[in-house]
Design a protein around this ligand. Structure first.
Ligand code: NAD
Ligand code: UDP
Ligand code: UDP
Length: 320
């Protein structure tokens, strides 16, 4: 049994990670300021003696004793990270400094939840880890992209300068139960719109592509990465290489939900990447990892979750 710290543990990915670590028999401390996360996401763990939750902002120092740290704290959807962009950069940068400082003091192993956004609007397709990216430093997405890039820099400087045991995961679009219903991300938007019989909002022509990874697959990648030999730091891409256009996704959601919703076209947001697909050769080779869940099956699970959420007004109040 190890003592695990999960920052951002009450969020979408964090709550699934806490669940997985508890199921593996570890002691889990979930730290979250509930900016985008919800206690309801971890309510099934609250009574478990292995689980503990602390309200705390990672921009401030944290003194606890742990063996491994998963640093996930950061709003992840454009709607949320652009709401308070200065706080977004602070969360990535101060959050990395504080969790790295903590890891240094207690000699813990530490993993950073980085992102495919560090590749920006890529000129190389699919994106392998050595690609440096094509990022606008002063645009609306920059608080997130550059914050995450700086966090990677800090991880590698603590590794070189202080010999920390680090792991950097570059996560590509992931979906599943407990996504925030109003965070504007494409999978949750389309599902909520389809279930409510509203128009499905495709931005641009819908020809831009994304590759969607189901949450259980991603969490398995996190754990494999943390358990990999200390010599392996990453960065490593984690995502599903099956690429779909946004229009194809809209059609799939309509078909599975049997919705009468119509597709409508809206303007494409600024700096919206035209294509994104992970090159996961490194993860396959080093972590023996590849996604198992097909988009259709993952969408069915996610739709089941949202059907239940949307039918429970008391649960929805938490998201207003
Ligand atoms: P999320 O918004 O559901 O989770 C983030 C969590 O961090 C929330 O619980 C939020 O309350 C918490 N948080 C935010 N600022 C904080 C702060 N200053 N102090 C403490 N807690 C704070 O998003 P998610 O999808 O679960 O993403 C988790 C991590 O994975 C993020 O770092 C994100 O950048 C990264 N990521 C996610 C995806 C994806 O597709 N979901 C893709 C790439 C990277
Ligand atoms: N820190 C923390 N918890 C700890 C140890 C450090 O939050 O257990 C914070 C501390 O506030 C510091 C940051 O991590 O600002 C970086 O720590 P480090 O030891 O690398 O640098 P220094 O303390 O010299 O600034
Ligand atoms: N998108 C869309 N309709 C929506 C929400 C998003 O067409 O209601 C598009 C968006 O423009 C982008 C893609 O779907 O091209 C993925 O958007 P998301 O915000 O989920 O993730 P990211 O852009 O960060 O990959």
């Amino acid at each position: 049994m190890k003592r695990m710290l999960v920052t951002g543990g009450a969020g979408f990915l964090g709550s699934h990670l806490c669940e997985r670590l508890i199921n593996d028999g570890h002691d889990v401390l979930c730290v979250d300021n509930f900016y985008t996360g919800r206690k309801a996401n971890v309510s099934s763990l609250m009574m478990n003696p292995l689980f503990e939750i602390m309200r705390h902002d990672v921009c401030f120092p944290l003194y606890v004793e742990v063996d491994e740290i998963y640093n996930l704290a950061c709003p992840a959807s454009p709607v949320h990270y652009q709401f308070d962009p200065v706080q977004t950069t602070k969360t990535s940068v101060h959050g990395a400094i504080n969790t790295l400082g903590l890891a240094k003091r207690v000699k813990a192993k530490i993993m950073q939840a980085s992102t495919s956004e560090i590749y920006g609007d890529p000129e190389v397709h699919p994106q392998p880890e050595p690609y440096w990216g094509n990022v606008n430093p002063i645009g609306f997405r920059s608080c997130y992209d550059e914050g995450k890039r700086c966090a990677e820099t800090l991880f590698f400087d603590y590794y070189r300068q202080h010999r920390l045991r680090i792991k950097v995961a570059r996560i590509f679009n992931t979906y599943g139960p407990r996504m925030h219903p109003n965070d504007g991300r494409v999978v949750s938007n389309f599902i909520v719109q389809a279930l409510q019989g509203k128009n499905i909002t495709v931005y641009g022509k819908g020809s831009q592509t994304r590759s969607f990874c189901y949450v259980d697959d991603l969490i398995d990648g996190f754990v494999r990465l943390m358990d990999s030999p200390d010599t392996f730091t990453g960065p490593v891409n984690l995502g599903n290489p099956d690429e779909f256009s946004i229009l194809e996704l809209a059609e799939k959601v309509i078909q599975i939900t049997e919705s009468k919703s119509k597709i409508v076209y809206k303007p494409l947001p600024q700096d919206d990447p035209t294509q994104r697909q992970p090159d996961i050769k490194l993860a396959r080779k080093t972590l023996k990892w590849k996604p198992q869940v097909k988009l259709e099956d993952g969408l069915k699970e996610t739709i089941k979750y949202f059907r239940k959420l949307l039918s429970d007004p008391s649960a929805l109040i938490d998201y207003q």
